[in-house]
Design a protein around this ligand. Structure first.
Ligand code: GTP
Ligand code: SPV
Ligand code: MN
Length: 590
């Protein structure tokens, strides 16, 4: 019996709150073995060896890609499953119309039935982790119990995992409990359940990132957003980037784009050759925790310690740093391989795929070689632009908050909200074409307020009220902007070159924060004139720039009607001030 087994010889003495819970879970799940993760390098290598032996990992070419491995997931388990993700609060109103809801008693009964005996013949890994710098007052800890060595290895790369986290849990006594099993990987027996009132997550039947690495979206966004509302901070789907100008001054920007809409790329941006002297520093690429700081500014930490990034499209021209960073010590999930066993994906500039992401001989008629949502997992320390401030316990001060999405039409390259409350409306109005990061149709425009539709752990009405409340709490709030790198022409070509050239837009944003850059006022907010954007050395024709900066009243009136209908579809908790902002923009457009 699992509980009768001696604990493995380890000098770590787990806090009783943790060991009691592990004992309780082991009684239900019946693992053959229990492994307490200490977070060491030897342990990681041991996990890798075990997965190579079991076939969970395939070794890639160690000459060209030392320390790189490939994981092929079950073909039905390649993305987040929003329709199987639930927020289980006592009152359904607290989860809100934006979440699937189930009564917590029913949900626990359902999950406990699934978990019963599910770890027989398997190892139960206890993964203690800290989200955020280990000594930051803003960080929060959790423990994930999982029967997947792949999850344990990914958590080692993605979080501060192991001994130090367990010690902090011992001191604090409070942690988020995450229980995970890959189960049978059966889509009909798959659920991702959140119990924010009890700081608990239960995930069954998937091994994919956002469903299974519970520190990430489940803890650091759904549970943390709930805690943040109660405690007066924010947990957001945002990258954090430091932009250093040629005078050596650095501004930090936090940007919320929906999944697979360019956060990792913006966070690791390479300045174009025609902008000498500019430097970019990555603090985070996916999640930001924001807290009012002692000097009246908003400070951000990145709760993560690694990147779980989209592979396709990554090459030496789009993202040189990412391309370098994933050439060693990286776990690839669902990419293709070449005849000499190098990882390969669409958008890589060299090599030919021999075997596709499902392990079949590559055949172009069967679709892309790499899965469109194939991912790399890598420690953030491997990023050549890793910010020295990324481990600072106090975080970094945020000058600008940027929202964005994939909009082939309408949304201009950039605009600035008039003030914080208007900025909250701009965030609440984010819409974007769906991507392969979640199962379902790709390329359909849907509303994704603050890029948090799949991740906000409570009622969006309460969430917008929480956002608005910062106007009274933080003296020097960031300025709020909206960007769109994804406008297309009639032939479907991108109007804006994107990637490194996005720095030109960030330069204008920073100029606005410093009160320097020129803008014109339009009904939707402030826009740069073509002259106010630094386009030196960029080969772009003036008509394209005019198109990128055009605000046409008629389609915008339609957009506002759509936004109004969307916001009205929420319950009475939606703040009146948000509706007043919307009425104000409508008036300006009339
Ligand atoms: P998640 O990890 O899912 O939250 O995604 P993300 O927001 O970090 O997206 P990521 O940076 O990985 O980009 C997703 C896709 O968008 C990749 O295929 C990129 O090549 C592409 N992309 C990123 N930035 C740009 C851009 O400025 N222009 C264009 N056209 N494509 C971009
Ligand atoms: C996203 O889908 O926004 C991701 C990948 O960042 S996952 O970890 O699966 O959520
Ligand atoms: Mn994400």
């Amino acid at each position: 019996m699992a509980t009768a087994m001696p604990r493995p010889a380890t000098p770590m003495t787990p806090p009783k709150v943790v060991s009691d819970w592990v004992d309780h879970v082991a009684k239900i799940t019946r693992p053959d073995r229990i492994h307490w993760c200490d977070g060491s390098e030897q342990e990681y290598q041991g996990l890798v060896r075990r997965m190579l032996a079991s076939g969970d990992l395939v070794e890639l070419n160690q000459q060209t890609h030392p320390g790189c491995y490939l994981h092929r997931s079950n073909p039905t388990d390649v993305a987040r499953v929003e329709h199987l993700t639930f927020v289980c609060t006592h009152h359904s109103h607290d989860a809100g119309p934006n979440n699937n809801w189930m009564d917590p008693v029913d949900a626990k009964r359902l999950m406990t039935d699934l978990f019963r005996g599910c770890m027989k013949g398997r190892t139960l890994y206890v993964v203690p982790y800290c989200m955020g710098p280990i000594d930051s007052p803003y960080s929060r800890c959790g423990v994930e119990i999982t029967d997947s060595a792949y999850v344990a290895a990914n958590m080692k790369l993605m979080t501060r995992m192991g001994r130090a986290a367990l010690e902090r849990i011992g001191r604090e006594g409070r942690f988020v409990k995450g229980l995970h099993s890959t189960g049978e990987l059966d889509p009909d027996r798959r659920f991702i359940m959140h119990f924010p009132e009890e700081l608990t997550i239960m995930s069954y039947g998937s091994g994919y990132g956002g469903n299974a690495l519970l520190g990430k979206k489940c803890h650091a966004l759904r549970i943390a957003s709930w805690q943040a509302r109660d405690e007066g901070w924010m947990a957001e789907h945002m990258l954090i980037v430091g932009i250093e100008n040629p005078r050596g001054e650095t501004h930090y920007i936090a940007a919320a784009f929906p999944s697979a809409c360019g956060k990792t790329n913006l966070a690791m941006l390479i300045p174009p050759a025609s902008m000498p002297g500019w430097k970019v520093w990555t603090v985070g690429d996916d999640i930001a925790w924001l807290q009012p700081g002692p000097d009246g500014r908003l400070y951000a930490i990145n709760p993560e310690a690694g990147y779980f990034g989209v592979v396709p499209g990554t090459n030496a021209h789009t993202n040189r740093h990412a391309h370098e960073m994933i050439s060693g010590d990286t776990i690839f999930t669902n990419v293709a391989v070449t005849a000499d066993n190098q990882p390969w994906w669409e958008g890589l500039e060299d090599g030919i795929p021999a075997v596709d992401w499902q392990g079949r001989p590559y055949d172009a008629s069967k679709g892309p070689a790499a899965h469109p949502n194939s991912r790399f997992t890598v420690s953030a320390k491997q990023n050549p632009s890793y910010s020295p401030k990324a481990d600072a316990p106090e975080g970094v001060p945020i000058s600008a908050v940027v929202f964005g999405g994939r909009r082939r039409e309408l949304a201009p390259l950039v605009y600035q909200a008039r003030n914080w409350a208007h900025g909250v409306l701009v965030g609440a109005s984010v819409a974007s074409e769906t991507t392969a990061a979640a199962t379902g149709k790709v390329g359909v425009v849907r509303r994704d307020p603050m890029a948090m539709k799949p991740f906000c752990g409570y009622n969006y009405g309460d969430y917008w009220a929480h956002w608005l409340s910062f106007a009274g709490k933080v003296e020097h709030l960031p300025k709020i902007f909206h960007v769109n790198w994804f406008r297309r022409d009639a032939d479907g070509r991108f109007l804006w070159p994107g990637f490194g050239e996005n720095l030109r837009v960030l330069e204008w944003i920073i100029g606005r924060c410093e009160g320097r850059a020129q803008a014109i006022e339009t009904p939707i907010g402030f826009l740069p004139t073509a002259e106010a954007l630094n386009l030196d050395g960029l080969d772009i024709d003036p008509a394209t720039v005019r198109e990128l900066l055009a605000v046409r009243p008629e389609p915008w009136r339609k957009e506002l009607a759509d936004i109004e209908e969307y916001i009205d579809s929420f319950d009475e908790r939606t703040p009146r001030d948000l509706k007043a902002e919307l009425a104000d923009v409508k008036r300006r457009l009339a």
